[in-house]
Ligand binder design. Structure first.
Ligand code: HXC
Length: 286
């Protein structure tokens, strides 16, 4: 039987599944988020990536655009996610220039390694503000566009949408706070807040057709997070402590993203998809 005839044929990683979709991504110049956006763009989406560093954000946007002929990728730098008016202006520009906002990735995060006695009140506030307030500002600035997008895909209550979705949010979180991680109390508090927000948004905005989920990456090779965490004694980050016996790849975070934004992820709402090779179940110590 040809695969296309199979009624449950998954559309994950098929050319064009995100044609005419637009993704808005904060932290989009970072290693994980840029891989997520690159995958969506490869499969048809246009994108707007948001960052603090102008040159880096514009360079990464140009690079992502090369993945598919005709792709439009805006890189909007000098945006601090703690500033709602800047994010609103970026969201409005994205919708105006690219036509809509169908998917949002709230990926901007702050991190450094410090014990609780080394963390000043302002340092704690900075990380909570980037992660929690920044995620809130991102949702607030984009929600009207997401609701508009979701309305295009609403069904009669019996059938699932096919051939395209919209109104999807992914918050990029972590697993650090599941078990406790030394030198990461500030980030743990912030990511717990992000997780809680994602669930509340799922329940509250679900009836409008919005889905809100979390991706929680574990140790992913060639990322700033792993480079920093493995410099000091935080968790055992050797691959032997990971049940899958290796680090993850940014492609595996992109795979999770494609799943959640595709038709295959239609009915997943308010969930956390942990992509960590089973690491957190070991309590972080192998
Ligand atoms: C203690 C520190 C510090 C450190 C900064 N601070 N670095 N305290 N140890 N290493 C304190 C400062 O002294 C200041 O407090 C306060 O934090 C704010 O610092 P600023 O530099 O003035 O502010 P800001 O520009 O807002 O910087 C925020 C930041 C920074 C979080 C401190 O690191 C940042 O913006 N990082 C963004 C990029 C990033 O980290 N991405 C990685 C995400 S990876 P005082 O009291 O002096 O004013 C990730 C993955 C985790 O999250 C999971 C891995 C598995």
């Amino acid at each position: 039987m040809p695969l296309e005839r199979y009624e449950y044929m998954s559309n994950v990683w098929r050319d064009g599944i995100f044609d005419n979709k637009v993704v808005f991504c904060t932290g989009g110049a970072g290693s994980i988020c840029s891989a997520q956006v690159r995958a969506l763009v490869a499969l048809g989406a246009n994108a707007c990536i948001i960052g603090r560093n102008v040159e880096k954000t514009e360079t990464v946007a140009k690079d992502i655009a090369t993945v598919r002929p005709g792709a439009k990728v805006l890189g909007i730098g000098a945006i601090d996610v703690r500033k709602p008016e800047l994010l609103q202006a970026a969201a409005d520009r994205c919708a105006k220039e690219l036509g809509s906002i169908d998917f949002v990735i709230a990926g901007a995060a702050g991190n450094f390694l410090a014990t609780i006695d080394q963390i000043s009140p302002n340092a704690l506030k900075s990380v909570i503000d980037i992660d929690v307030l920044g995620s809130y500002n991102t949702v607030k600035a984009t929600l009207p566009y997401l609701v508009e997008s979701a309305a295009k895909h609403k069904t009669n209550g019996k059938t699932a949408p096919r051939n395209g979705t919209g109104g999807r949010i992914i918050f990029v979180s972590a697993t650090l706070h599941y078990t406790g991680t030394p030198l990461q109390s500030h980030v743990s508090v912030a990511k717990a807040g992000v997780d809680a927000m994602a669930t509340a948004v799922a329940l509250e905005q679900g009836p409008k057709g919005i889905t809100s989920n979390v991706i929680a990456p574990g140790p992913i090779a060639d990322t700033e997070g792993v480079a920093r965490l493995s410099k000091k004694e935080t968790r055992d980050l050797s691959y032997k402590a990971i049940p899958s016996q290796r680090y993850g790849t940014v492609k595996e975070i992109a795979d999770a993203t494609i799943y959640l934004f595709s038709d295959s992820g239609n009915f997943v709402n308010g969930e956390t998809l942990v992509v960590d090779g089973g690491q957190w179940h070991t309590a972080g110590y192998g």
